[in-house]
Design a protein around this ligand. Structure first.
Ligand SMILES: [Zn+2]
Length: 499
């Protein structure tokens, strides 16, 4: 008996040792995949940024002061004038650019600039930005929490404050400053550069980006690569990583809204029957909430974690390197936080519920809106099927509301296009850990899918994670020093795509 016990113990122990060796081997094998680009010289020594950080801050402040607010309703006369004033201000700020580049106004308020390259065989590099901003509920209760009025363009304590400071007037400014600087130094690109500046990104892009894309298609323009906005460089602390982290969005989730409508006989509330329209809808809403779609660990989130893990604390590195063993706890941790949960599954959330007209009337109808963000590879059709199955009530009508956008394709994470963007990031943010990632929100770039060009998403500014909360939130601000860095990024990018 004793012998058998010892044998079992020895067996377990040797098994444990083998497991430890496998875990350690895999952990060590998961090597950093960063690019040793830091030793390469910058694009062209003569091309220096023509603006100081303070000059860029001053310009951004002026751009913020113009209220180019996107609105779902018809633009008022004042709004329209703001957009036109904004165009005029850009022309004043960047005279060389406006003299040299072909400028087209698209659908009255969007802008399309083309800097003709010397080699017509090369496909153009297309840089996107938008000049509109979301509104602020300033007079409706936010006055106390904004440090400065959102459209005052205040520069203070090393920051430019206000709506659009991050999203997206700073990127627009830096793009233009880069082109103006390159023009000033006599640079002539081999590859054409297109700046596509839309005016209604914040309300869906149907009037702006969509029309820009129509114009590009009409002229047979097929970009080499498209760069849109997204994640800034997070200063430090993401997943416990000490270095800044630069995420390049290689894919974007899809977007769809479903309307659920339950109908039943209306009647007097003194003699209620069971299963009113409200109860049916409530059951459906609960079913959606408690039956989430399964977790999918796939590109690009898988590649993101594998790229970041070697720079993260040992625990995480080991878990990602041995995902065959730790899949369940890792997915559990990811699913536990809204931001990371959105990376590994298609999400559904009820955002609007409507029912009832008066307290003593049982309503005839109850309806809700469910907003859905689709993972790449998961079709809207399959999700509708899932919803139908889990609510299991034929009396509830299901229909889509508004346009359905399937998730984007996943752009290559190893192509020259990706590497050139990564290289430009490495040159501008030498310490950053660079990784591909999934964009969980929706941007104008979804309208560009029809061009069949790879789309990447990146915002060339280094921020603290907490500063990103200013995007669509309160106290939006950007540091003065990061503006020159952002403009240099675009200069590097143009140069890298010309090689
Ligand atoms: Zn934006």
């Amino acid at each position: 008996m004793k012998k058998l016990k010892i044998r079992i113990l020895t067996f377990l122990l040797s098994g444990f040792i083998v497991l430890v060796i496998i875990l350690a081997y895999n952990t060590l094998r998961l090597k950093a995949r960063q690019f040793p680009f830091d030793k390469e010289p910058p694009v062209k020594k003569s091309a220096v940024l023509a603006f100081s950080s303070n000059e860029l801050a001053q310009k951004l402040s002026e751009l913020i002061k113009i209220k180019t607010i996107s609105s779902r309703s018809e633009l008022s006369k004042d709004d329209k004038q703001a957009f036109v004033r904004f165009h005029r201000l850009l022309a004043e700020m960047f005279p060389q650019l406006h003299k040299t580049l072909e400028t087209k106004v698209i659908n009255q308020y969007s802008l399309l600039y083309t800097w003709k390259g010397s080699d017509p065989a090369l496909k153009p590099l297309l840089l996107m930005a938008h000049l509109d901003v979301v509104p602020v509920e300033y007079e409706q209760g936010q006055k106390k929490i904004w440090r400065y009025p959102p459209f005052a363009g205040k520069i203070d304590k090393g920051f430019v404050w206000g709506r659009g400071a991050l999203d997206d007037k700073s990127a627009l400014l830096c793009m233009m400053a880069a082109v103006e600087s390159l023009l000033g130094s006599g640079y002539q690109p081999r590859r054409s550069i297109i700046l596509a500046i839309a005016h209604d990104e914040e309300v869906g892009g149907v009037q702006g980006a969509k029309k820009i894309v129509e114009e590009l298609r009409k002229n047979g323009i097929q970009p080499q690569v498209i760069l849109d906005e997204w994640s800034p460089v997070i200063a430090a602390g993401l997943l416990g990583i000490k270095n800044p982290v630069a995420l390049i969005g290689v894919a974007e989730k899809g977007y769809m809204t479903l309307r659920l409508t339950a109908t039943d006989q209306s009647g007097h509330s003194s003699k209620p029957k069971k299963e009113t329209a409200i109860v049916q809808l409530a059951r459906a809403t609960t079913a959606i909430e408690s039956n989430p779609l399964p977790v999918v660990y796939q590109a690009p989130t898988k590649q993101m974690l594998e790229t970041l893990a070697p720079h993260a604390p040992m625990k995480l590195r080991m878990a990602i390197a041995n995902i065959w063993l730790f899949r369940s706890p890792v997915m559990g941790v990811l699913a536990g936080k809204p931001e990371s949960n959105a990376l590994i599954r298609t999400t559904l959330v009820t955002t609007v519920v409507k029912a009832g007209i008066q307290e003593n009337v049982i309503p005839y109808r109850a309806s809700s809106l469910v907003n859905i963000r689709l993972l790449p590879g998961q079709s809207s059709e399959s999700v509708i099927k899932h919803v139908k199955k889990i609510i299991a009530n034929k009396r509830i009508k299901l229909e889509t509301k508004g346009p359905v956008y399937e998730a984007s394709t996943v752009s290559s994470m190893v192509s020259n296009n990706y590497l050139r963007i990564a290289k430009s990031i490495r040159q501008s943010f030498p310490k950053a850990v660079i990784a591909p990632s999934l964009m969980i929100g929706a941007t104008d770039s979804r309208h560009y899918q029809v061009l069949n060009a790879p789309v990447y998403r990146f915002r060339p500014f280094k921020l603290k994670l907490t500063d990103t909360y200013g995007i669509h939130g309160v106290n939006e601000k950007i540091s003065v020093s990061s503006l020159a860095q952002g403009a240099r990024f675009y200069m590097q990018l143009i140069g890298n795509f010309d090689k």
